[in-house]
Design a protein around this ligand. Structure first.
Ligand code: UDP
Ligand code: MG
Length: 307
């Protein structure tokens, strides 16, 4: 019988952990596999670790890793995949927004339909503030236009993968991880299951609007270098405009004389060009800072306790 390792990142989820465990057992009953539940406590400050200890004493299929501090969900998923021993590896949120009832269909698609990965995609954004949905959609349109790697709108991290695909992902040891892109970058055949958005069972989301915005910038710098070309394009464009204006004023002066005017216009142009220059330096700075962080080769996570 094959083994499925389920990686579950948890950050301050003491209420959700027991609810997840019960729902998971109920929904996966009768599946012809053995499970290994691998909770990753991402430096929680509440009773999450205590709950995980209790579960692991009660059920020997439950294992956990506990980080020395909060490293973020990306690091937690990586740590879980590294620790997983199963033939297949699933990644799920603990808040039950990733319905465990999809697992049998996922396994079926991998075992019988020849897919390497079955991922899930929510088709509605019900229960999310409209402004957040708007920016999310705009982000996916932008990144897919400028990146060669496809980033699927609404894709969740919830997926089941073969060992081969997991090994491929583990080879990507970058510190600034953007998993939605990494899963797609490694290739392999992915089947998408669609489902309606489900609201979390307990606790609250760890993502503020600001955090999401920064994460989207990480995603763009990790999977596209197109913004770096903005400076070159803007440079060429403004040279052309300047040349045109030069000709215009040259002939205007020759034919109509040259009264001194245009002071406010000069100020506006100086401000505009200054703004564009700073914007382009800012983009360079983004890539430079990412490069700097990667060159340090720090570990992606640090484990304090495990079982
Ligand atoms: N999570 C984590 N580390 C973090 C933030 C979140 O491990 O720093 C976990 C969290 O416990 C949950 C999953 O990642 O299991 C998804 O988080 P959340 O529900 O807050 O995100 P959302 O579903 O709103 O995108
Ligand atoms: Mg959630």
């Amino acid at each position: 019988m094959s083994t499925v390792s389920v990686v579950i990142p948890c950050y301050n989820e003491e209420e959700a952990v027991p609810l997840f465990y019960e729902a998971f057992l109920r929904d996966t009953q009768g599946m012809p596999v053995t499970f290994e539940l691998l909770f990753v406590d991402d430096g929680s400050r509440d009773g999450t670790l205590c709950r995980l200890e209790q579960l692991s004493q009660k059920d020997e299929r439950v294992h956990y890793l506990s980080f020395s501090r909060n490293f973020g969900k990306e690091s937690a998923m990586f740590a879980g995949m590294e620790a997983a021993t199963g033939d297949y590896v699933a990644i799920m949120d603990v808040d039950l927004q990733d319905p465990p009832s999809l697992l049998p269909r996922m396994l079926e698609a991998i075992q019988n339909e020849g897919y390497d990965c079955v991922a899930s995609r929510r088709v509605t954004r019900k229960g999310e503030p409209p402004i957040r949905s708007f920016f999310a959609r705009a982000f996916y349109r932008l990144i897919n236009r400028i990146s060669k790697t496809e980033i699927v709108d609404g894709a969740r991290d919830f997926r089941l993968m073969t060992r081969q695909m997991v090994e491929a992902i583990l080879q990507l040891r970058e510190v600034g991880r953007f998993s939605k892109g990494l899963f797609s970058w490694v290739g392999f055949q992915t089947k998408w299951l669609e489902y309606e958005n489900v609201e979390r069972v307990a606790g609250e989301t760890k993502w503020s609007f600001w955090k999401l915005l920064l994460y989207s910038i990480d995603g763009i710098t990790a999977f596209s270098t197109a913004p770096l070309a903005i400076a070159s394009f803007a440079g060429v464009l403004f040279c052309l405009i300047a040349f045109g204006m030069l000709l215009f004023f040259f002939f205007k002066t020759i034919f109509f004389g040259d009264p001194v005017a245009g002071f406010p216009a000069s100020i506006c142009i100086i401000l505009l060009l200054g703004g564009i220059q700073l914007f382009c330096i800012g983009i360079l700075g983004q890539y430079l800072s990412k490069t700097y962080l990667e060159t340090k080769k720090r570990p992606i996570y640090i484990v304090k306790t495990r079982k």
